[in-house]
Design a protein around this ligand. Structure first.
Ligand SMILES: Cc1cc2nc3c(=O)[nH]c(=O)nc-3n(C[C@H](O)[C@H](O)[C@H](O)COP(=O)(O)O)c2cc1C
Length: 196
């Protein structure tokens, strides 16, 4: 049975290597939990292991564990049972890198996040993508276009976060995440998709 509201929903929250938006991801996890969702983190290999100027891998893993009280899914083997066991009403990818966007659009399944998305789609259950990539209006535009046309994939509203300095960059809209998740749980794409 598909759950239609955030309260009580089981959400697989997938984080990929857009490290400048990690704090936004933490805030969205908190918002979902405050709304009554049960959140299980899923990390791409790079998100789980890379030390960057924004956060160390150790801090990221520790803070996620403290926030959710769950150990993250961090391998393809751990993500694969999402198919047969159907634990999630919704899988969200927030932030979703250009790299992961391209993999999902191309059917490449070589990271835990790509595996989680593939397994969720196998069950015809919703996936919500929250873009954060500097090539959204260049190399990845075709992949975003392809995914906009895929059943059970929904997009958090996104916008050009810095049209002057980074004219090809797209970023999800913070304040639209909860409403977008609610709509995706109901099998609907929130509108408008392009939102500032
Ligand atoms: C500090 C830092 C910030 C990054 N920010 C982004 C970003 O915002 N968006 C993006 O698409 N890639 C970003 N990248 C590049 C990705 O981490 C890289 O493409 C990686 O292969 C993504 O793998 P994943 O999608 O499996 O997590 C960043 C890399 C570093 C080191």
């Amino acid at each position: 049975m598909i759950r239609m509201e955030i309260c009580g929903a089981q959400i697989g929250f997938a984080i990929t290597g857009s490290f400048c938006t990690i704090e936004k991801a933490f805030r969205q996890i908190q918002n979902l939990m405050d709304a009554g969702a049960v959140v299980c983190p899923i990390l791409s290999f790079h998100a789980a292991a890379m030390d960057t100027r924004f956060i160390t891998a150790e801090d990221l893993n520790r803070r996620l564990g403290e926030l959710t009280g769950r150990s993250a899914i961090k391998s393809i083997a751990e993500a694969e049972p999402i198919g047969p066991k159907k634990p999630f009403d919704l899988v969200m990818v927030l932030p979703c890198t250009g790299n992961t966007t391209a993999k999902i659009a191309s059917g490449i399944t070589d990271t835990p996040v790509a595996m989680a998305v593939k397994a969720q789609l196998r069950n015809e259950r919703p996936v919500l993508i929250a873009l954060s990539t500097n090539d959204g209006l260049s190399a990845n535009a075709k992949n975003i276009g392809a995914l906009l046309n895929v059943k059970h994939i929904y997009f958090a509203p996104f916008y050009q976060d810095d049209p002057v300095q980074k004219p090809r960059s797209l970023l999800f809209h913070d304040e639209m995440i909860l409403p977008a998740a609610r709509e995706a749980l109901c099998g609907r794409q929130i509108q408008p998709v392009l939102h500032r």
